[in-house]
Ligand binder design. Structure first.
Ligand SMILES: Cc1cc2nc3c(=O)[nH]c(=O)nc-3n(C[C@H](O)[C@H](O)[C@H](O)COP(=O)(O)OP(=O)(O)OC[C@H]3O[C@@H](n4cnc5c(N)ncnc54)[C@H](O)[C@@H]3O)c2cc1C
Length: 431
């Protein structure tokens, strides 16, 4: 029987494993194995809500083992170390939680088809000091660590003295904007529930530094302006046209336009200025893009190895007409749906060609607002949306992801449970 191994159970990989497990694993048509270094799945577009203390990842995570048992695939909790493409084997380092003891030795796993869905990591673009002095939002551990540091800084600021919370967010794309908006709410919620001597307006300063001329460059200018006006009305400072040249532990060095280099104090700097493929991509001997992503054909096979596929942020898919597919959950989802159907075909049939359809983009501006555009019709007409309606549509993206993993009834139960939880719990993590 053929063995399909998927490495990475994120937005793309877990949906693919679930679909293939249902269509092939359960029917004995293939052995489907999902490998991830984490025991649980958390949908990455919600990481800013963990970093701002709004969402407890333990409540919203999905146990890979449980998903595997219900959907006909096998889960291996391990980290991919290397790939022997000639011998079609992977070298995996099993991961165990601290309380279980020493991890067993590295082991091999054979595959007939390998799908790499490894996601992306933060790109520091070689800026000195960035890798050592900034926080990043690549996974749940980093998001939780950011919140702990934000919480600690708020406690210190509330104790008087000159200490202020200076949050500097580098990058005015979706991640930076979404986090800035949530943190504004978090500071107010902390002052209300826990740190009563904290004055958010006086003690907490949140700044977004963006090298380009406006925030959210992937949206039309008027939507960027809307987002900017909203954030400014919430007390967030925006510095467009500002490049970061160096990061120290307590400040960032910046240049604005043609001006001289200056420094800005920063108690916490979060880097949200771009992503690239993970380091392991460079060890595969496969052609990579400038951003270290695995270059794939329209079938999503590597341009150099028909047994290796790549999807999501670690893949570089360039459509001759529409250009490069962006590193977004929407792309990872569409590629998972496509590949699940393509790999379920009977042997010998030619593989179909993937085509990415852009349905638009929505950016959350906190609990009650969002901004973005929807793309519709055959000519891709743009429909700008903002405010509460956009916020509802933004919420639907996660609900769609739940539906793809759990089916309608279970996803609906999760959504109702979430709604009820919000009504009985404080809006923020308080310890
Ligand atoms: C704060 C934030 C907000 C975002 N908002 C949006 C949004 O609104 N809309 C949108 O479309 N996109 C958004 N994105 C981007 C979106 O999250 C990604 O494009 C999407 O998650 C990519 O899916 P993926 O399957 O490629 O990788 P991921 O979802 O990142 O999953 C990768 C998986 O691979 C595993 N892994 C990695 N390396 C190894 C290894 N060596 N061994 C074993 N396992 C490994 C990881 O543990 C992880 O589970 C946002 C991202 C962030 C950080």
């Amino acid at each position: 029987m053929k063995t399909i191994v998927i490495v990475g159970g994120g937005a793309g990989g877990l949906e693919l494993a679930t679909r293939l497990g249902d269509s092939m694993g359960r029917k004995g048509r293939a052995r489907v194995i999902l490998v991830d270094r984490s025991p649980t799945h958390f949908w990455k577009p919600l990481l800013h809500t963990v970093a701002s203390g709004k969402r407890d990842p333990q409540v919203f995570q999905i146990e890979y083992s449980a998903q595997a048992a219900e959907h006909g695939f096998t889960f291996m909790h391990a980290e991919l170390r290397s790939v022997d493409r000639a011998g079609q084997t992977l070298e995996l380092a099993p991961c165990l939680s601290d309380d279980i003891g020493e991890a067993p030795a590295v082991r091999s796993l054979g595959y007939s088809t390998l799908v790499l869905a490894l996601g992306a990591v933060t790109n520091f673009y070689g800026v000195p000091g960035a890798a050592d002095n900034v926080c990043t939002l690549d996974n749940v551990r980093e998001a939780k660590s950011f919140y702990r540091r934000f919480f600690g800084a708020c406690v210190r600021a509330s104790e008087g003295g000159d200490s202020k919370v200076n949050i500097v967010i580098v990058g005015g794309g979706a991640t930076g904007v979404e986090l800035a908006a949530e943190l504004g709410y978090s500071a107010r919620a902390l002052a209300k529930y826990k740190i009563h001597t904290l004055d958010p307006a006086r003690d907490v300063r949140i700044t977004i530094l963006e090298r380009g001329s406006r925030l959210l460059p992937h949206l039309p200018p008027e939507q960027s302006a809307r987002a900017e006006a909203y954030l400014v009305s919430r007390g967030i400072e925006i510095r467009n046209g500002t490049g970061v040249t160096q990061v120290d532990a307590d400040c960032v060095h910046v240049t604005e336009g043609d001006g001289p280099e200056t420094t800005r104090p920063a108690s916490l700097t979060l880097w949200a200025a771009g992503v690239m493929g993970p380091a392991i991509c460079t060890t595969l001997g496969l052609p990579l893009s400038r951003m270290r992503q695995i270059m794939v054909k329209a079938s999503l096979q590597s341009v150099d190895d028909a047994n290796v596929f790549a999807i999501g942020d670690c893949a570089s898919f360039v459509c001759p007409v529409k250009g490069a597919a962006p590193p977004r959950a929407q792309v990872a989802h569409q590629q998972a749906v496509f590949l699940a159907a393509a790999l379920s075909r009977r042997e010998g049939k030619p593989l179909p060609e993937f085509s990415y359809r852009d349905y638009g983009s929505l950016v959350s501006l906190g609990p009650v607002a969002a901004v973005g555009v929807l793309l519709g019709g055959s000519v891709g007409r743009q429909l700008p949306v903002s405010g509460a309606l956009a916020n509802v549509l933004y919420g639907l993206m996660y609900q769609k992801h739940l539906m793809a993993l759990h089916g309608f009834v279970r996803a609906a139960a999760v959504i109702v449970a979430d709604w009820l939880r919000k009504r009985i719990s404080p809006s923020i993590k308080l310890h």
